[in-house]
Design a protein around this ligand. Structure first.
Ligand code: C2O
Ligand code: CU
Length: 475
């Protein structure tokens, strides 16, 4: 197994491409704005967000080389809009009704899944809940934004390919939380594998399938080597989602600490300070940062190595975004005394435990694909787990592989109980959680509304090659 991995690792080529990415920073930063494009709300009612979202082919320039052909979302309410990576950001207030008129202009069928949002089952956007939206067809998604937090949307058909091409966007659900900041920013993290022409690589290597495709250019809101201006002494709120197929981001900002205030399920009951924030594919983190440098200083948001298994080589520190401290900001106001809702799920002593073992099978010969399993079964050849809406159960998820897997359950939040028996240091609601290599993570969940809810590894190459299942909830 070890030899298999070593023979496929090409660190020098990868490093070179990463250097390319950061070297082009100077010439690009001027126009490389990291602001997300807002999705227009066409409904004048204050508590209804009604949008037109279109998936279509387009083109973007990740580096100064040639353009890349992408698939992305565009704002269907604006005639001249172009597909962008990430797609436009949808913003709602907690409690709003959300109506999405979706049209597919791609050459293949797709769906939209609203990752983390507790939608009614028929709006969950998976092939278990709807017919795929064929080219030229439309579909309406309707739900209520019951939870404030940072969420995202993406297809649930051939996810490894469709997300890699650029189909994803953020959803921000706001509430009146009294957190005073100078600016709020949202960052969608990803990486792309580019050819020297600037086009997306279409070559898939065994390693891409084994680990989830890792790119050679890191992106923040679709931009490589971007720069933003912040105010010295000011506090900002940053929301992160990791939309990459396989890359883990382990963020740090030298000289600064992050105050982590939110996870997948919204604000934490109690924030905590952290030097680094590890974000596995599919996860979201909300942080506060107060900039300590002098006016004129620059500091880079970086990602550092995290050992997620299979001897992935340490590529060193990789820059994501440069912050330039301009002018002095207002010193931060006091933070609120109370934060998010308690993670107060009571687990009955007789709550049943579902045991899920995540497995991998490496290719036996060159040219074959790796396979991924849960309990020796490969989706779609697997019977659903049967449960009852409202019941509380424990899931015990074991990574019986030499790598980590970010495990995602649709339609509900859960509470992590322990990892190999050790309770987590912080509490918060999750819908996606990293299950470390060779370890067992247990979470408790109160089942949501009736229907078929998918669960899977959010390394999309794993999900699409078998590491996926369905939870069927009866009323
Ligand atoms: Cu973000 Cu089923 O996924
Ligand atoms: Cu996985």
């Amino acid at each position: 197994m070890i030899c298999f991995m070593r023979s496929l690792v090409v660190p020098s080529a990868l490093l070179f491409a990463l250097m390319l990415a950061s070297c082009s920073e100077a010439s690009e930063s001027a126009e490389a704005s990291t602001d997300l494009i807002p999705l227009s709300d066409v409904n004048p009612a204050p508590d209804i967000v009604e949008v037109n979202l279109v998936a279509s082919a387009g083109s973007t320039r990740y580096l100064n080389d040639g353009p890349a052909d992408i698939w992305g979302y565009r704002d269907g309410s604006k005639a001249a809009s172009q597909a962008s990576v990430p797609g436009p950001v949808m913003t709602a207030n907690k409690g709003d009704r959300v109506v999405v008129h979706f049209r597919n202009e791609l050459p293949e069928s797709t769906t939209i899944h609203w990752h983390g949002i507790r939608v009614p089952n028929m709006a969950d956007g998976t092939p278990s809940t709807q017919r795929e939206v064929a080219p030229g067809e439309s579909f309406n998604y309707e739900f209520t934004a019951d939870d404030a937090g940072t969420f995202w949307y993406h297809p649930h058909v051939r996810g490894d390919v469709q997300l890699e091409r650029g189909l994803y966007g953020m959803v921000i659900v706001k509430e009146n939380d009294g957190i005073a900041v100078t600016a709020e920013r949202a960052f969608v993290l990803d990486d792309v594998k580019l050819e020297s022409t600037g086009k997306l690589s279409t070559r898939t290597e065994a390693l891409d399938l084994m680990l989830g495709r890792q790119g050679n250019v890191l992106l923040v809101n679709g931009k490589a080597g971007a720069q933003i201006e912040v105010k010295s002494g000011a506090r900002e709120r940053w929301r992160f989602v990791n939309a990459a197929n396989g890359r883990y981001f382990n963020l740090r900002l030298p000289g600064h600490k992050f105050t982590v205030i939110g996870w997948d399920g919204g604000l934490l009951p109690q924030p905590y300070e952290a030097e680094t924030v590890l974000i596995a594919p599919g996860e979201r983190y909300d942080v506060l940062v107060t900039f300590t440098g002098a006016v004129g200083a620059r500091v880079a948001l970086e990602t550092i190595h995290y050992d997620r298994g299979h001897e992935i080589p340490d590529p060193g520190v990789l820059p994501l975004l440069t912050l330039k401290l301009v002018a002095s900001g207002t010193p931060p106001a006091a933070l609120p005394a109370t934060w998010g809702r308690n993670v107060d799920l009571e687990v009955p002593v007789d709550a049943p435990t579902r045991s899920l073992v995540l497995q991998e099978e490496e290719p036996k010969e060159p040219g074959q694909e790796p396979k991924f399993f849960i309990n020796n079964q490969r989706f779609p050849d697997v019977p659903p787990i049967e449960g009852k809406a409202g019941a509380v159960e424990i899931w015990s998820v074991k990574s019986d592989t030499e790598m980590d897997h970010p495990f995602h359950l649709h339609g509900m939040f859960f509470k992590v109980l322990d990892v190999d028996g050790v309770p987590p240091p912080h509490a918060g609601w999750k819908d996606t959680v990293n299950v470390p290599q060779k370890k067992t993570l247990r979470f408790a969940v109160r089942y949501g509304t009736p229907g078929i809810w998918m669960f899977h590894c959010h390394i999309l190459e794993h999900a699409e090659r078998g590491m996926m299942g369905e939870l069927r909830l009866a009323p």
